[in-house]
Design a protein around this ligand. Sequence first.
Ligand code: NAD
Length: 310
Amino acid sequence: AGIRKAAAVGGGVIGAGWVARLLLNGIDVSIYDPDPEAERKVSEVMKNSRRAYKTMVPDGLPKEGKLTFAKSIQEAVDGADFIQESVPERLELKHKVLAEIDKHAATDAIVGSSTSGILPSDMQTAMKHPERLVVGHPYNPVYLLPLVEIVGGKLTSPDAVEKARELYASIGMKPVVIRKEIEAFVGDRLLEAVWRESLWLIKDDITTVEELDDIMRYSFGIRWAQMGMFQVYRVAGGEAGMRHFIAQFGPCLSWPWTKLMDVPELTEELVDKIANQSDEQAHGLSIRELERIRDDNLVAIMEALSRQNK
Ligand code: NAD
């Protein structure tokens, strides 16, 4: 069973991405965002997402859902069987907004939160029907990247997790249910490790942000995209597979190089350095232009991979 009518609460970078994915899958969406600029921002994301979907579905898209801007959370969630919350990452705001959604939404509607790291158990305390809250953590751009990490809290029912899995899959996503509740879930923990290492490499002038990005995208970035990490190293181990790989590289893996370095504090000086190098790297391209380049690349990679995985 799919989504009949969806509500989006919060329409920033992530909320607008959800709106685009839902509309382009033919689902009507009602959105609430108090920012007077929200309507313009959502329409720009819609422009980019339509353009990206057109290349993926050259024979024509399904009829787009209808978008309504609501004046309150109450109005937005009225009649919705799926609600996705994407407000700024502050616990007290999440509590306030989720309590309001909880008060007005149908009791059997699924409520997903886009939070990047807050535990669902910490968010559902303000709800009368906490059993239908799940974290549904997406990746930007939500309208293209398939992964959604589903995390249930202490009070979430197994039924809600299962239903959320079906609903997210019905809009073309790859849901992965995280087995145990943990801060930052799984994907962002891996990204944080890479960030930590990158910070000191840049601070100590070992590399610039542009060189670091090249090192990533011309090598393991492509490898990860097509097979992930473990399967790639299984192959790298030769005919004896993973056991041989670990026998060979285990000593380096259990002695992380970072133990030898100080992980730097994110000082103003370091932030300036990263941001200035990033400005240079962009060669004057605007964020919207970079988004279009990103989307074209993602569509091309995903199309190539879907041919392989058939
Ligand atoms: P954002 O600042 O771009 O958007 C937040 C939006 O929420 C704004 O448009 C704001 O006007 C709106 N808002 C504020 N108060 C509100 C209220 N009371 N009711 C409704 N809307 C309200 O932030 P974002 O990057 O879209 O992040 C939103 C959520 O998604 C956060 O929980 C974040 O952790 C998560 N997330 C972000 C990313 C990312 O890459 N940016 C990725 C995955 C998850």
